[in-house]
Every structure is written in structure tokens, then in C-alpha cells.
Write a protein that binds this ligand. Sequence first.
Ligand code: WQD
Length: 342
Amino acid sequence: MMSKILVTGGAGYIGSHTIVDLLQNGFDVISADNFSCSVETVFDGIEKITGKKIANYNIDLTNLEATRSIFDQHKDIVGVIHFAAFKAVGESVENPLKYYHNNIGSLTNILKCVDEFKVANFVFSSSCTVYGNPDDVCVTEKTPQKKAESPYGYTKQVGERIIEDFVKKSTATKAFLLRYFNPVGAHPSSHIGELPIGKPMNLVPAITQTAIGKIPKMFVHGSDYDTRDGSCVRDYIHVCDIASAHTLALQYLIETNEIHNPEILNLGSGDGVTVLEAIHAFEAVSNQKLHYEFGPRRSGDVVAIYANNNLAIEKLNWQVRYTLKDMMKTAWDWELKLKENK
Ligand code: WQD
């Protein structure tokens, strides 16, 4: 009997790649996604890779009755992976209440249902933004959290605390909080990948859309930081490595009996890479010069951060399989595929 997992935000970037990994590891998966930050054709891509059709519930998770109806119809859900959230840092600064209502409201509704239906395993999509601008740039899970740089980041800090308080009093639910660093790249099949809506804010889609001519040029936000080449340092991690960690986390929870505080894990490659190094890696892979200029710093940007990922590797027996070159190649192949399918 395959264990059934509810993935919220299943049509999203990380959600879709995680569904593929879950299916390929023998799980049964249903999705809840209202396509506010994604498109329904993503499920066609999942089917092309796995041969499986995903049942998706197009509902607003801030509506408790609608959320509960999913659990009512699927009383055999053994785990929930909660991705569904708005995640544009800049937009969250412009419209904080939209972020607090959606990200916190949907989380509390899901947890109410997890509690009511005694779902034993819960995995939360958190983010390295919970660290803010860390004093020590190589962060462990114990690195003290600074004030979040944006309302988006704050919804992740608050979300973690809500889950900790819930799990402490729960007699049935165990949880993992997975803190992603910078997920990039696409599935090697090029059937699914990142689909930024509108002008890309994140680095790698900005690179590939500039390279393919969707946008005329891109700007490097700041070249005067105290880093090895003046541009910001991040920990880029392939989205398929992020996906495999979710499957491993669920398998760990299912096999673990003791109820405990949520396990917190950093999901990063463990390597700090500057913006310019990322651009040069892309140029080497695509064999073309990227049209970029140096622009002013972007407010809210962390100067440098990358993960100490030892705990995730040890606890989950997780492996970071994709290199920076793989990240750029799969991102570029995906951009080329999007152009081909236009
Ligand atoms: C990376 C670096 C930019 C675009 C955010 C969220 C994080 C996660 C990933 C959700 C920065 C620079 C970017 C461009 C540039 N999202 N850059 N020119 O800000 O580290 O993280 O996205 O979970 O939570 O905070 O990612 O890709 O936007 O930026 O120079 O056109 O690339 O300034 O230094 P970020 P990013």
C-alpha cells in the first residue's frame, strides 16, 4: 500500500520537483494548488517524467472549509509537505498584509487539519532568510536568527515558531523544518523547471532570460560588497537535490516513532558562490557572453550566506549530487525548451 502524501503548492517550482521525487520513490501524491504563483501545465510535465497523473485540488488554503474538504476525501493521508506560500521578497515589502494573510493563514489551516485528522508527518518549506544577515556567513541550524529582512522572511520565522508550538502539544504529529538556501536549475528532462511570473527577480532566471533575449540585459545588484569580487555570496543548490531531501525527510519521519520538537535542517550545497562566479559558470556552460551591467545594491540583500549542511547529510543520508555547472546547464536547457515550445 503506497503512503499518500498531500503536497501543497504542488504546481510550484520546488513542489513539482518534489512530487516527481516522491513518485519515483513509491509514494502516492495529491496536490493542492490554486495556481496563484504557478500554471496547471506543470502537471503535464510531471506526467511526462513519471507517467502519473496528479489529482490537484484548486482551492484557496486560507479557506478552512475548502482545506478540510481535501482531508475529508483522503483520510489515508500519512504526510503533508507544505510549500504553498507567496515568496517574492520585494512584493512582500510592498504588500505585507497579503503575505501575512496568505502565508500564515494557509499554514494555520493546514495545521488545524493535520491535527483534526491526526496526520503523523509534516514537512515545512522554510528558508535561509530566517537567518537575516548573519555575523558568521557559514550558518548552522543553531545560528541565531536575526530580524528578517522582509515580511516574506518574517512569515518563515513565524511559521517555524507556529509549527514548534503545535508539535510540542501534539500527540500525533512529527515535523521537519527545511531551510532552503537558493534553489536553482531544472529537472534534467527539461519537462519541468522554474516559471517566474513577470520580470524575474531571482538571479538564475534573470541570467537565462537575458541570455535567451527575453529581457535585454540584467544588472548585478552591487559590486562594492566586502566579498572576494565585490558581489554578494549565496549558496546555490539544485532543485532536484532539494526535492530528494524532502523524500528522505518524510521517510525518516515515517520510520521514527518518538514525538519530538521539529527537526530543523539546512538544505544548501555548502558552497558560497558570488553573483559574478555564477554568471561566469553560466557563460562557460552556455558558451555565450552574458549582457550584464553593474547596478546599485538591492535593498534587503544579505551580503553573504551559505550553509553548513552537515546535519542534513548525516541525519537523512542526503547527498548533494548536482554541481554549479549542472545547475546552470539544466536551467539553460529549460529556458531553451520554453522558447522551443512557444
Ligand atoms: C541572489 C543574488 C541578488 C537578480 C531569495 C529569497 C529566498 C529564496 C531565493 C524563496 C543577490 C543578485 C539577483 C538580478 C542580481 N526564495 N541578483 N541581479 O535574494 O538570495 O533569495 O530568493 O525561498 O528566500 O530571499 O535570491 O536570486 O533574488 O538573489 O545581482 O537580476 O543575486 O542581488 O545578491 P536571494 P536572488
